[in-house]
Design a protein around this ligand. Sequence first.
Ligand SMILES: [Mn+2]
Length: 280
Amino acid sequence: MGGTLFSDAGSTYSHSKYVIFGAPLDITGTHRKGSAEAPQAIRRESYTFESFIPDMKMDLSMIPTHDMGDLPMEKPREEILEAVKGILKDGKVPIMLGGEHSVTPYAIEAFHDVAVLVFDAHLDYRNELKGDKNNHACATRRIDEIISPEKVLPVGIRSICKSEFEDAERLGLDYVTADRARELGTKKLIEFIDSTLPGNLYVSVDMDGIDPAYAPGVGTPEPFGLESAMVRDIIRHLAHRTVGFDMVEVCPPADNGNTSVLAARLIKDFIGAREMAVQR
Ligand SMILES: [Mn+2]
């Protein structure tokens, strides 16, 4: 670990309600490498903001949040699973900073009875890639195996290979393309998510779900994505029933800084919105 901690995350572990940790895994990236640098880049950029969120009349420095630093990534699945299990056992909300998207199924294994909302450009539904079932291009397929397809909803999709398309039909995975999200608009999309995924939620934000105009620094950029404000509004609306959160696939070597800034901002909005809802 070492280096900067996430801003407004100076609480001790025992007092905290939110626990941030880094999972800097970057071994199966297929286009640009560098997501291992994301946790530190996101932490560094988290200092650009005021701790007060005016929309919420909420001061994030008053919300007890702890940053554990980065996990070692020698045995990623075991390390992530154990960390998340511990955080949940202590009644806290885990917030994971990837790393590549492969880290998400490892975290989700720790949960009982959650539905999963994934923001992503890619369906990530291959059974394997290059002989590896834990490739980042298989993340949603692995999540489905843990959770079941009807409780998983990818949003922002615009990249699907033929076998993924056929497998999604066969296995009953529904998804919302970025074009469909734009047609629906934020309000109707939120209604659809609420009706499709009731109950406790895990939210995984692959930053490439957002349009590269807002989030250029990702491992595998894909044009015609979601607007950043739509993603923020959905995260805010669902925060009250979100029990786990991650932010993956930021690639600092390909970034002008704005992708890490947006990632940090969305994490802060999640914490603020959740706290506002639970305090009410
Ligand atoms: Mn993706």
